[in-house]
Write a protein that binds this ligand. Sequence first.
Ligand code: 5GP
Length: 161
Amino acid sequence: MVKTVADQIAHDYAGRQVHMICVLNGALFFAADLMRALPLDCTYSCVQLRSYEGMTSSGRVEEVIPLTTDIRDKDVIVIEDIVDTGTTMHFYKQKLLALAPRSLKVAAMLFKPSQLQYPDAKPDYYGCEIPNKFVIGYGLDMDGLARNLPHIYAVTQSTDE
Ligand code: 5GP
């Protein structure tokens, strides 16, 4: 997935400098690997957006760590772990566009197309489309745990009560 996204970005931005915005906490591992796979001049900053509680979307988006970098006239790529309903990226893109970047794209590791509620939040680049399953590992958590698993797993609900 890292190579898939890195190759597309390297092709589209050849000869340009990009500013990456890593959305903490989930995109940490993907962003670190993606940026190291990019043969481009690249700067980055990190933000934290909270939009999820437990295993169901709350539909609420909160900016916990805000962007402090000036992105005016920069080619900006937001790196997200997963686009599910698109609520987070829909909200965050509006906020970033108000800061007048030269261009703005979203690169997500995973994309759940069946869940998308905001068409403008469809990632411009993504590693893999997945069905509507809750996934953990490689940055993705379940109530704060499992982010450090080196692989990605789909969580199956236990039928035991
Ligand atoms: P959206 O706003 O697109 O509905 O959700 C985006 C955020 O919800 C993601 O950045 C991620 O933090 C969380 N999320 C969505 N789907 C999953 C999932 O399957 N597993 C985990 N761990 N988080 C998810």
